[in-house]
Design a protein around this ligand. Sequence first.
Ligand SMILES: Nc1nc2c(ncn2[C@@H]2O[C@H](COP(=O)(O)OP(=O)(O)O)[C@@H](O)[C@H]2O)c(=O)[nH]1
Ligand SMILES: [Mg+2]
Length: 541
Amino acid sequence: MEIDFAPITRCSKEHQKIYQDWFSFADSDGDGRLTGGDATKFFSMSNLSREDLKLVWAIADTKRQGFLGLKEFVTAMQLISLAQAGRTLTSEILNVEVDFENLHPPAMEGLNVCLDKMKRKLAKQNGAPKVQSSASANWLSSKSSKKVSSNSVTSIIDGLKKLYEKKVKPLEVTYRFNDFVSPLLTNSDFDAKPMVMLLGQYSTGKTTFIKHLLQSSYPGSHIGPEPTTDRFVVVMNGPDERSVPGNTVAVQADMPFNGLTNFGTAFLSKFECSQMPHPLLEHITFVDTPGVLSGEKQRTQRSYDFTGVTSWFAAKCDLILLLFDPHKLDISDEFKRVIGSLRGHDDKIRVVLNKADQVDTQQLMRVYGALMWSLGKVLNTPEVMRVYIGSFNDKPINEATAGPVGKALFEREQDDLLSDLKDIPKKACARRINEFVKRARAAKIHAYIIGHLKKEMPAMMGKAKTQQKLIDNLADEFAKIQKEHHLPPGDFPNVEEFREILSSYNIDKFEKLKPKMIQSVDDMLGYDVPNLLKNFSNPYD
Ligand SMILES: Nc1nc2c(ncn2[C@@H]2O[C@H](COP(=O)(O)OP(=O)(O)O)[C@@H](O)[C@H]2O)c(=O)[nH]1
Ligand SMILES: [Mg+2]
């Protein structure tokens, strides 16, 4: 099983040089990123139709970042060249049957005149023509140039980071959102790669699945019929193969795992980061998990909040794979709680009926039915849940057991699951925006709550008594806030959890509600975010 994410851009040294020159010409602010406006200007020289150029952008901007780096720019140029030769553009076209040796740069009308003009101008300014552009250093590196001037926004993620710093974070800090709900976000939270989490009982093939996709084991992995992985392992890209202990990973500022420190050292000793250089890991980070336990007795052996951790990862992940094995269909109490901890992220869940090659077709039908039945009892929306049936390991499918129909079915299912995985980077940006908007709303509601509690405190006497009353009647206070500001009750935090944290604070020390700060977040949600989306969507839309 192999996944190609981006179209493969191969080109000769000579063409590479040409494209570099074109790119530095097109990239008007020289930040190594070609945004929509610059691109439309440059692409118009190709004389292709708007429809074709829309496709060119859609295929080249693989990660939906809203800009083209040099690598994506080369892809765009190759696509334009193919379209000029009369080929129909598809997202697969560069991965199949393209003769890159003979694929010449596209004809760009008037470009040479412009380039000559620019060179002459540069020569006059510098005394010599500038040959190397700053972006060329990034050639073939998967990361786009990070050099961004402080006031320009050149991607959606950039824009979100700035909006967060300017509008949301001040609100969070003022009302201690980080103490009550979730730690403040850092750049690494925004820059993190899309994540896929695997969950299931022990020995359902989670570790094998990751090994299969990577076509190699990750450092420190164990595979076996008995409970093997007893820890959460984040498998991510890195310069060399190594395992980093959890308590080190969790405090690293450039890693998006700071929030895990809240689960304590008992958890951190069961957490690990496994790094290795791998093309697939440049796009996706995997989270391997310890098997969910089957008996109630065993649960008490966990020394940390297991479902709290799965819930934390579920919020960060882009896809959650629930693995089942035909011989282990029962959903234990702990598994039920784990599935419960995924609430709110139903759209990310995919079910995998793994090791389907171990049973014959008739048994498989029964197993499938039984699985749907037990899932129906624990999931709110089983009917929309996609279940993939197959055998996700390196062994060829056993046709003797599975039969020819089974074999064909498994292969189709594997392909479907792969395209689901392939779509992750494309959808990751949209998901980030979604999470960001959700968070901003939550921060606003939190500010209303804190502001309200503060307002209820007396100016002089009886502070302790009022504080106790507010804490005791917290549900009523929430209801008042909902009514006053027309807020949906479903968006409010859990009363019990809030009460527990609140008890260790002095309400009188809280900040008053600052309508200006709220207004600023409202403006952001109503104006800045939609605007950001518009600026970085396909410029031909
Ligand atoms: N037949 C079959 N066996 C598998 C498959 N995936 C994993 N296994 C076997 O199941 C056992 C448990 O696998 P492992 O990856 O350690 O499961 P984990 O505990 O969920 O990580 C190993 O003996 C694997 O060889 C599969 O797709 N088909
Ligand atoms: Mg495992």
